[in-house]
Unconditional design. Structure first.
Length: 146
C-alpha cells in the first residue's frame, strides 16, 4: 500500500461546534441537521460534508473508468444524498443515493461506468457493507452551444 495523501482535521464540541483542517483551508461551524443557524452565520453538518466529499470523489472515479473504457465525459454532475436515519432502537445510520448525470453518454454505457466507478471509488470502498448506497445513472443529449 502506498499512501497518496493524508487529510487531518479537528472537531470541537461535536455537532454544535466547529471543525477545521490542519492547514486551515477548511474551517466550518457545525450545527445539528435542520437546526437553527448559530452566530448569525451559516453552518453545515457532517452529512453535508460527507455528501460533498462522496460526490467529488465519485466524479473523479468516473473520470478514471471512462478513460479506461475510452468514453469521453463532459459536464458530468454527481448529485449525492446522504440521509441520516434512526433505527427502531434509537441508534443512527447513514444511507446514500448517488445520482450521476453523464451528458452525451448512451444509457447502457452510463450505467456501466457508474457501476465501475463504484468499484474503485475510495468512498464507495469505505462504505461497502456498512452503508446502503443506491446508484442512479442518467444520460442526456449534450447541449449545443448557442
Amino acid at each position: 500500500m502506498k499512501t497518496l495523501y493524508t487529510a487531518r482535521a479537528t472537531s470541537v464540541d461535536g455537532r454544535n461546534g466547529s471543525a477545521q483542517t490542519d492547514d486551515g483551508n477548511l474551517s466550518v461551524e457545525l450545527s445539528v441537521p435542520g437546526g437553527p443557524a448559530k452566530k448569525q452565520g451559516k453552518t453545515t453538518n457532517p452529512e453535508q460534508l460527507f455528501a460533498c466529499g462522496y460526490a467529488a470523489c465519485f466524479g473523479s472515479a468516473l473520470e478514471v473508468v471512462a478513460k479506461k473504457e475510452n468514453a469521453t465525459l463532459r459536464n458530468v454532475e454527481i448529485h449525492s444524498e446522504v440521509k441520516l436515519n434512526q433505527d427502531d432502537k434509537g441508534g443512527y445510520f447513514l444511507s446514500v443515493v448517488l445520482n450521476a448525470t453523464l451528458p452525451g453518454i448512451e444509457p447502457e454505457v452510463a450505467e456501466k461506468l457508474v457501476k465501475l466507478a463504484h468499484g474503485i471509488c475510495p468512498y464507495s470502498k469505505a462504505t461497502q457493507g456498512n452503508i446502503e448506497v443506491e446508484l442512479k445513472a442518467n444520460s442526456q443529449p449534450l447541449k449545443k452551444a448557442a
